[in-house]
Design a protein around this ligand. Structure first.
Ligand code: SF4
Length: 186
């Protein structure tokens, strides 16, 4: 029986797909250094209005233990940053929709370029539909809808600081934001 080997990602090829989709602030990371925590799930459960109402949010995402297992299966990933500032809270929906549509296309192109395991953890909550079905089983666009890193129990604050990226708690919705996503490659 042949030995199971994992080839290295073609970072140049994937990098050019990232920049072609407007993702030009990114770094390659060892996914085993991504930090997960139970407190992240607690914040979803107690304090987030999307809990139980969005098909890509807890409790419609795997358990924290399953999220950890999923992340551990990867050996190469991209951490990327998008800086954004909104004039008013309502502007977030249109931005989320545009960003998710663009990143979903990026994930698809990485997939067809030969990375069957590629999976996007989006920096924008899924708002692809005007009204979310609220359950995974009835998600209208399951091929495009992706969870955020937080919905997968990733401690984004600790993780991005570990890789030298800035992040601070926002006080106003109009504050400049550093949004972070992950593209799990292989
Ligand atoms: S695609 Fe639609 S139904 Fe599915 S998670 Fe996104 S908003 Fe909800």
């Amino acid at each position: 029986m042949p030995a199971i080997t994992q080839s290295k990602s073609d970072r140049k090829k994937v990098g050019s797909l990232l920049t072609a989709h407007g993702v030009d602030d990114f770094t390659w990371i060892d996914p085993r250094r991504i930090i997960t925590a139970q407190w992240v799930r607690m914040k979803c459960m107690y304090g987030c209005s999307s809990y139980g109402r969005k098909a890509c949010c807890p409790p419609n995402t795997p358990t924290v233990a399953e999220c950890e297992r999923f992340l551990k299966e990867y050996r190469d990933a991209v951490l990327f940053r998008i800086v954004v500032q909104f004039k008013k809270a309502e502007d977030r929906v249109a931005w989320n929709r545009r960003t998710n549509a663009r990143l979903s296309q990026l994930e698809r192109e990485v997939f067809v370029s030969g990375y069957e395991r590629v999976f996007l953890l989006s920096p924008a909550g899924c708002v692809l539909c005007a009204k979310c079905s609220g359950q995974r089983e009835t998600c209208v666009l399951p091929a495009s809808a992706r969870p955020t890193p937080e919905a997968m129990a990733i401690d984004v604050y600790s993780t991005v600081r570990r890789f030298g990226y800035p992040i601070e708690v926002r006080r106003q919705v109009t504050d400049e934001q550093n949004r972070y996503g992950f593209l799990m490659i292989q």
